[in-house]
Design a protein around this ligand. Structure first.
Ligand code: FES
Length: 190
């Protein structure tokens, strides 16, 4: 009986700590979002995007706090967060490079380009350079098959403040130009 009471108090404390993990601003935006959904589960992706907008990525703790706030199961939210490769579960670099691995780009050299990027950046798919500047994440068709092979390059949203997310850049890729392109991004990061 006493143990049950202690356990309940512990659960209550854990829930309160989780609730405090999200900022007032995050909670407010998530609540506004939830108001548009009959079931909170329908808002998972957008809610995760709100958390990512303020933190740059979504940690395990943030997922737990969000699930608690939304009143959904942790496993439901985890499965959504894991499925979408634009929800980052680890910190990402300042620049996100997304070579397209859609069918047109595959046929026109994606594999070779990805290999070259990995070698030049000394990372594998989904990883970030040692200097923390560039993250490599391939994406399915970017809707520019007529320009294939292409890569989307954009700045990561750092803290949700205006000006911290620049416009995206869609680049047509030729292996011979990759070195130059990477050099430009590295120099702009200094
Ligand atoms: S397959 Fe790469 S843009 Fe469509």
């Amino acid at each position: 009986m006493k143990n049950d009471l202690v356990n309940q108090q512990q659960i209550q404390t854990d829930k309160q700590q989780l609730q405090q993990l999200l900022s007032v601003q995050e909670k407010s935006e998530i609540d506004q979002l939830l108001a548009h959904y009959p079931q909170p589960g329908g808002a998972c992706i957008d809610a995760l995007a709100i958390v990512q907008k303020y933190r740059g990525w979504v940690s395990d703790q943030a997922i737990a706090a969000l699930a608690e706030h939304m009143g959904i199961s942790l496993s439901e939210l985890e499965s959504v967060a894991t499925f979408y490769n634009l929800i980052f579960r680890l910190p990402v670099g300042r620049v996100l490079m997304h070579p397209c691995n859609g069918i047109s780009c595959q046929l026109l050299g994606y594999k070779k380009i990805q290999q070259q990027l990995q070698t030049a950046l000394q990372i594998q798919e989904g990883e970030t350079c040692a200097d923390g500047q560039i993250t490599l994440i391939s994406l399915p068709c970017l809707g520019a098959c007529d320009k294939a092979p292409v890569m989307l390059v954009r700045e990561a949203m750092v803290d949700g403040l205006p000006g911290t997310s620049s416009e995206s850049l869609l680049v047509n890729l030729h292996c011979s130009e990759l070195e130059l392109l990477l050099q430009q991004f590295k120099e702009s990061a200094v």
